[in-house]
Design a protein around this ligand. Structure first.
Ligand SMILES: [Zn+2]
Length: 79
């Protein structure tokens, strides 16, 4: 489904420099924050909004993976 070569280069979009993904049945899982990314038609959907949060986690901001180098001016809107 997902080749090992592809798996080698995929990273968690929350922490692309640190967190690798591992293949878990029908989805990819971040080794660091445990976000689960669906695989659709053989392609992993590495979109935060589409990812499933790990059990017990209600918000992405609780995860160990964070977009640390994200510029402040990108989206200052706060819920
Ligand atoms: Zn992660």
């Amino acid at each position: 489904m997902i080749s090992q070569d592809l798996l080698e280069i995929l990273r968690c979009p929350l922490s692309p420099s640190n967190a690798r993904l591992r293949l878990a049945n029908d989805h990819l899982e971040c080794e660091r924050c445990a976000l689960r990314f669906l695989i659709k038609d053989g392609f992993p959907i590495l979109v935060i909004e589409e990812a499933a949060l790990p059990a017990g986690c209600e918000c992405i901001s609780q995860l160990p993976c964070q977009r640390e180098e994200k510029p402040k001016n990108e989206n200052a809107e706060v819920k």
